[in-house]
Design a protein around this ligand. Structure first.
Ligand SMILES: Cc1cc2nc3c(=O)[nH]c(=O)nc-3n(C[C@H](O)[C@H](O)[C@H](O)COP(=O)(O)OP(=O)(O)OC[C@H]3O[C@@H](n4cnc5c(N)ncnc54)[C@H](O)[C@@H]3O)c2cc1C
Length: 417
């Protein structure tokens, strides 16, 4: 009987999908890689695009360019709409695509804790579109503040609120205060950008809750020294256009409100017919496959797994990368006739968050460090993982330039005229 070429469909070219395709090399298999964007996005540096430090092409890479020398990989720009595990098909822009193996790596999305209407007033940060919206609205608010004669309106335009004190919220708050206090400082004539307020709101008792307590404390002190107003144990009661309402009755009036408080998995996880956790992530088997479909794997931010050492695997890029390599190994072994499926084992290499110029916190195994050393470690790790040599050189140059001059290059406002 004639053997059919196995077809592997990979959904998503984020950290998980991209790494799978990079590690999966088999002469007898074809791969279809689907993404609704034509680029792989390096999300850890997205906040720098949102705050005018970097521009989009420096943190994104066209997917076709990444795989130009891999003829067995077909790239499809399209939106995944549905998945039929019973017939082994996915629907991309209305068209069915057959698979023998499916790697689901569609990542997550911003979650507003049951308040989807808040998205209109407080953009999240997940895509280049989000980053451009934030950058445009923040820079635009300073321009409008320069042009108004109304003092209260000027204060409102120069107030920025960041909701969520995890790594993204901390990074955003630090970058925004630096933008106003250092970068825009001398550029206006009627307003003083150093008088702007950046308020960081976190519901739990401390920032960076997943880091050790001393590092959380260090992050808070550093941000406060830089001028950020940090409010922990403060849950947002309601959001309206330009207004944050707190449970004690306080209303913060701010032109820019940014949401960095929650993520949930891609809504398409519900199409897999498998059990999900509260954040919509698929509860996968130890080998990362679906309970009733060994040919379907879920990796990255879309899955929920406790590894063989009993640790909950976090929703971070190293986890997506390691999971992708694990699934690649399993499928390669099966195609070679070795069907053993070892459980996934996560290697936690540590975590870090940057706070601002020369300031970061880092934890690697038992070692914790802060300040300049942690910041250098953060820069090196992010440069190493950034995809594409050109991007590494461009980002290094931008960082060097900003460090020396206190200027940010990506401040061009593109407005409809
Ligand atoms: C602002 C921000 C900062 C972060 N900082 C860090 C950090 O410093 N360190 C760290 O380790 N992690 C960080 N993370 C988390 C990290 O980016 C994720 O854990 C990682 O991207 C997960 O990889 P993934 O492959 O599961 O999903 P993603 O990388 O999100 O990729 C999902 C892909 O699926 C595509 N897609 C989604 N839906 C569809 C659809 N319906 N049809 C077609 N394509 C679709 C998307 O376009 C995307 O390319 C950060 C995340 C964000 C948002």
């Amino acid at each position: 009987m004639e053997q059919r070429t196995p077809r592997i469909v990979v959904l998503g070219a984020g950290f998980g999908g991209l790494t799978f395709c990079q590690s999966f090399k088999h002469p007898g298999a074809e791969i279809l890689l689907v993404d609704r964007q034509n680029h792989h996005l390096f999300q850890p540096l997205l906040y720098q695009v949102a705050t005018a430090g970097l521009s989009a092409p420096e943190i994104a890479q066209p997917i076709r360019a990444i795989f130009h020398d891999r003829p067995e990989i077909q790239v499809r720009l399209g939106t995944v709409e549905d998945i039929h595990t019973a017939t082994r098909e996915v629907i991309v822009d209305g068209k069915p695509e057959r698979y023998d193996y499916l790697v689901f790596a569609l990542g997550g999305r911003t979650s507003y804790f049951g308040h989807p209407e808040w998205a209109e007033f407080a953009p999240g940060l997940k895509s280049l579109e989000d980053a451009h919206r934030i950058r445009r609205e923040v820079l635009d608010a300073f321009e409008r503040a320069e042009n108004t004669d109304d003092e209260a309106e000027r204060r409102r335009l120069m107030t920025l609120v960041v909701i969520g004190g995890g790594p993204t919220g901390v990074e955003l708050a630090g970058a925004l205060i630096e933008l106003s206090r250092q970068v825009l400082r001398r550029d206006f004539r009627r307003i003083d950008p150093t008088q702007s307020r950046v308020i960081l709101i976190e519901g739990s008792p401390r920032l960076l809750a997943q880091f050790p307590e001393e590092l959380s404390q260090n992050a808070r002190e550093t941000l406060e020294k830089m001028g950020v107003e940090v409010r922990t144990e403060t849950r947002v009661k309601d959001l309206q256009r330009g207004k944050v309402l707190l449970p004690d009755g306080t209303v913060i009036e701010a032109e820019n409100i940014l949401w960095a408080a929650g993520v949930s998995a891609s809504a398409l996880t519900a199409k897999l017919g498998a059990p999900l956790d509260r954040a919509g992530r698929v509860l996968v088997k130890p080998d990362l496959s679906l309970p009733d479909h060994p040919e379907v794997f879920v990796i990255g931010d879309a899955c929920s797994i406790v590894d063989c050492d009993g640790q909950i695997v976090p929703g971070v890029s190293p986890a997506a990368i390691q999971e992708a390599k694990h699934v690649s190994r399993i499928i390669l072994d099966e195609l070679e006739g070795h069907p053993a499926r070892p459980p996934f084992d996560y290697w936690d290499k540590g975590s870090m968050a940057t706070i601002g110029r020369s300031a970061a916190v880092a934890k690697m195994g038992p070692i914790q460090f802060t300040g300049f050393l942690a910041w250098i470690a953060w820069l090196v790790v992010h440069l190493l993982f950034l995809v594409g040599f050109r991007n590494k050189v461009a980002v290094l140059w931008q960082w060097f330039y900003s460090y020396l001059t206190y200027r940010r290059g990506a401040r061009i406002l593109i407005r409809k005229v």
